[in-house]
Design a protein around this ligand. Structure first.
Ligand SMILES: [Zn+2]
Length: 357
């Protein structure tokens, strides 16, 4: 097992200042991630016919919607660009990547789950998330410890130039995001920016409302947990949503819609098979243990059934450059203790390290 530790960055102040601090502390990672995104579009050119300049033009159509509803988070992106000495247009492309590629790349295949106090040995609330993404971005991972002037402090994982959205805040709200593939995507606020807002919520109600921001471009599944033990899958598309509660004190989600209302608008469901295997596998493994611990959740995150498209994902050998992905970090959030445990790289090969809010 490797023992390396994702860097922890402390940021505080206005949204602009926090962005600048991220930009300064992560300059190399941000430029590296912009380079990776460039390369991804170059590799996918035959399929998408989209150049980097074309992607910048596209993302400029999305930003005004975000500017109107979430000016604070556009400020953060501007701060990141300033701090990293990068162009705002490049930062915007990275944050609108799923939108400007019209989801054709089917990027991001994550597995998320959570358990309520009645399902953990110590009565804590846990949220576990495997982040599956391009292996090239694994070096760009950071954990942010943020103290905004105007919102709850939060601890979140992100990489490169992406706004943080997977983590928890001091109000006891935690979020993990799983890509889903609706057919009703439109020009609107990119989902990364919508989910940044969810991370700033102060109650379950506020978190769910944030995920459903009007004029959103598309949607994720937002697995939202509250330290009271309330757990939700909020399945979102551009125009529809479903809020699913916990069953027997647990929730699970991968990259296919679960609600019949959302399944109706799923794009290419016949291509989304591995995600269904991961979903049923994770759900069954969660059910096999009555009272979970950090160790029992880690064991699920390391599961290799249906390798390489397993919960611990190793699908890095695909012929298609844009289908390559792996678990770049596995996270377990103890919402009761306000601690996040994270691996840098595959959880089957790397130790977990603790980060405290
Ligand atoms: Zn593995």
């Amino acid at each position: 097992m490797n023992n390396r530790e994702i860097p922890l960055i402390h940021i505080h102040g206005s949204h602009r200042q926090m962005g600048q601090q991220i930009g300064e502390a992560c300059r190399d990672q941000i430029h590296h991630s912009i380079g990776n995104a460039n390369q991804l579009l170059a590799d996918a050119f035959e399929r998408l016919q989209l150049t980097w300049e074309g992607a910048q033009t596209q993302s400029r159509k999305y930003i005004p919607f975000a500017e109107e509803r979430f000016p604070d988070f556009i400020e953060e992106m501007q701060g990141v660009a300033e701090g990293a000495n990068a162009s705002f247009d490049d930062i915007a492309v990275v944050n609108a990547m799923e939108a400007v590629t019209m989801d054709a790349l089917h990027l991001t295949k994550c597995t998320s789950m959570a358990v309520a106090p009645e399902r953990s040995a110590n009565g804590h609330v846990y949220l576990a998330h495997n982040e599956d993404w391009l292996p090239e971005d694994e070096p760009d991972l950071v954990i942010l410890h943020a103290t905004p002037d105007d919102g709850p402090p939060f601890l979140a994982m992100t990489y490169g130039a992406l706004l943080p959205n997977i983590g928890f805040n001091a109000e006891g709200i935690a979020q993990a995001c799983d890509s889903v593939y609706p057919i009703d995507s439109r020009i609107g606020t990119p989902r990364v920016i919508v989910s940044r807002a969810t991370l700033a919520a102060r109650s379950p109600d506020e978190a769910i409302r944030a995920a459903l921001a009007p004029q959103r471009a598309a949607g994720y599944n937002h697995l939202i947990a509250h330290d009271s033990g309330e757990l939700y899958n909020v399945e979102v598309s551009a125009r529809r949503f479903a809020v699913l509660g916990s069953e027997d004190g647990a929730v699970t989600h991968t990259n296919n819609y679960l609600s019949p209302n959302m399944v109706e608008i799923e794009s290419d469901p016949d291509e989304l098979i591995a995600t269904r295997v991961r979903y049923f596998r994770a759900k069954r493994l969660l059910g096999l243990t009555r009272l979970h611990t950090i160790e029992s959740l880690q064991a699920i995150q390391r599961d290799h059934i249906n390798f390489q498209d397993s919960i611990c994902n190793h699908a890095i050998d695909s012929q298609q450059p844009f289908d390559r992905e792996k678990t770049i970090t596995a996270l377990i959030m103890d919402l009761t203790e306000r601690v996040m445990y994270a691996t840098w790289g595959s959880p089957c090969q790397n130790e977990y390290h603790a980060y405290r809010l």
